[in-house]
Design a binder for this molecule. Structure first.
Ligand code: ATP
Ligand code: MG
Length: 351
């Protein structure tokens, strides 16, 4: 079975972007792929969270995975810090990746803001840890939102440079696998991971600003729909969502240059499991005062069962913790298998 890895940071309440861009798409992969779904607490540390909140959000994000339909018997669900090999491989990749590559990462620029001197060094090398998360399991498929595209390209670059730098060692140990790179057939240790980014909701935008992505870390709660929001709150946030004064266009091309309208139509499409064309066929020419209540009803219908289930699961902390422990044990076995090879390849002595 092909192997899937994906993760979410326990940095706050999960929102509609996390659900549509990531979790919802993970569900369909559980039968056809071997899946690891990770609460990446080590990534959260890059922004210096409060320890008690970090534990709380780690459990909450786990509950959200389970409530959405991630089955811990089929998929491996765990928190990253339990599997020490993530840190170990990240160090190796800190020495493989180049400063120039990291300097180009837009997420660092966005998150560090103006006071770059004061950002943690961890935030700068975040993409190397992400490459380690994926390559530790030699995952071939990574379902994420569009904002992670650049990090996935860096993951491929890291894998490719590692394969090149150590090609002789990999060949003499006889542990390379054949893969296609462009027109060339090459052998390497790490696979060149495929991003899985497609569908109408790969970048859900803030409800307050159609040019900014919806984020856990946005200070305005009105900017996002949280999975824990109740029906009234969801309806209020959609009613208050920023839009332009025009009616919805009569075809999808008419959404170009209208980021807020495009965003709401995309959300409707993803929640109803259709595409923007279908939504425009039904709502083209209608005013937002018509469309917004329909969108709010749909969002409440889709999210409220998840919210309820999340509350129920969160009430059973022992169960949540046992899922993470079991997942951590299963992930550690796979991780150690890769790391034994990596230590041999790079020349670290081990028993
Ligand atoms: P933070 O603000 O702390 O970075 P976040 O909302 O960006 O939080 P992450 O934990 O960084 O969430 O990302 C988890 C997953 O959710 C990733 O696959 C990411 O691509 C996806 N994702 C995050 N925001 C959106 C969005 N607005 N639209 C679609 N997918 C998203
Ligand atoms: Mg993010």
């Amino acid at each position: 079975k092909p192997l899937v890895f994906s993760g979410i940071q326990p940095t706050g309440n999960l929102h509609l972007g996390n659900y549509l861009g990531a979790i919802k798409r993970w569900l369909d992969l559980q039968d056809s792929h071997e899946c690891l779904y990770c609460i990446v607490d080590m990534h959260a540390l890059t922004v210096n969270p409060d320890p008690v909140e970090l534990m709380q959000f780690t459990r909450e994000v786990t509950a959200a995975f389970l409530a959405s339909g991630i089955d811990p018997k089929k998929s491996i669900v765990f928190n990253q810090s339990r599997v020490r090999q993530h840190a170990e491989l990240a160090w190796v990749f800190n020495c493989v990746a180049r400063m120039g590559w990291l300097n180009r990462m837009t997420q660092f620029k966005d998150k560090a803001g103006k006071d770059r001197e004061n950002a943690s060094a961890g935030l700068f090398v975040y993409p190397n840890l992400m490459a380690a998360d994926i390559l530790l399991y030699r995952a071939t498929h990574v379902p994420v939102g569009d904002d992670q595209k650049q990090h996935l390209e860096l993951t491929r670059d890291v894998a490719q440079k590692f394969n090149n730098d150590y090609s002789d060692r990999i060949a003499s140990l006889g542990i390379g696998v054949d893969m296609q790179v462009g027109d060339e057939q090459v052998s390497g240790f790490f696979p060149l991971t495929e991003p899985m980014i497609s569908g109408p909701a790969m970048r859900i935008m803030s409800l307050r600003d159609g040019t900014k992505k919806m984020s856990k870390s946005d200070p305005s709660d009105l900017s996002r729909i949280n999975l824990v929001d109740d029906a009234d709150t969801i309806a209020k946030k959609i009613r208050k969502a920023k839009t332009d004064p025009e009616a919805l266009p009569s075809d999808v091309e008419g959404l170009a240059g209208r980021p807020e309208a495009d965003n709401l139509v995309g959300i409707y499409a993803a929640l109803s499991g259709t595409d923007k064309e279908t939504v425009i066929r039904d709502f083209g020419g209608r005013q937002f005062s018509d469309f917004k209540p329909a969108l709010a009803d749909l969002a409440v219908a889709r999210l409220s069962p998840i919210t309820e289930e999340m509350r129920r699961i969160s009430g059973d902390q022992a169960y949540v913790d046992s899922v993470l422990k079991d997942g951590g044990e299963r992930a550690s076995v796979l991780a150690e298998e890769t790391m034994r090879h990596v230590r041999d390849i790079i020349g670290f002595l081990q028993d």
